[in-house]
Design a binder for this molecule. Structure first.
Ligand code: NI
Length: 177
């Protein structure tokens, strides 16, 4: 089946604040969902997407931090990902999120993380991530626990961004009429 673009939920949305359920079975529907998530992420364009961002409250994320090269794609689908080790060293990256369009902030996170997950073949994988991949995988796993990058900011900054998003959503709703 051809992958489909799925609408991306925009903050604030209660589905983006939920702790997602583990995936218990890898079936055709899950493979289709992960293909749709990759298609939606590449189309946005973005470097990562978590299932709750398209309203599916299961522990699935997709990523590709080599986004600049259309012919050099490195898609990763992670089912039930877990961080098993985080470095003490921290790095700061300017983060954004497809659910919080056009808003960016510098966020400090561990420089590298070791992640364990199940791939779409049902095989357990474990890998260390550095640099942008490390930031991205931490950001996406946060989504599975209902956490957004703006939750690392001060209350004032978070409220400011949330108000901008509420305005953005009102404008979008008006345009759709
Ligand atoms: Ni995000």
């Amino acid at each position: 089946m051809k992958p489909m673009l799925r609408p991306i939920l925009i903050h604030p949305n209660p589905k983006l604040k939920k702790v997602c359920e583990p995936v218990l079975e890898i079936d055709d529907a899950l493979i289709e969902l992960s293909d749709d998530m990759l298609e939606t992420m590449y189309h946005a364009p973005g470097i990562g997407l978590a299932a709750p961002q398209i309203g599916v409250l299961n522990r699935i994320i997709v990523m590709d931090c080599e986004k600049d090269e259309a012919d050099n794609r490195k898609p990763i689908v992670m089912i039930n990902p877990e961080i098993v080790f985080s470095s003490d060293e921290e790095s700061t990256y300017e983060e954004g999120c497809l659910s919080i369009p056009e808003q960016f902030a510098e966020i400090k996170r561990p420089t590298s993380v070791q992640v364990r997950w199940v791939d779409t073949n049902g095989t357990e994988q474990e890998q260390e991530f550095h640099g942008l991949w490390s930031t991205c995988v931490q950001h996406e796993i946060d989504h599975l626990d209902g956490k957004l990058f703006i939750d690392y900011l001060s209350t004032i900054k978070r409220q400011l961004i949330t108000r901008k998003m509420q305005k953005f959503k009102r404008e979008m709703a008006r345009e759709e009429k």
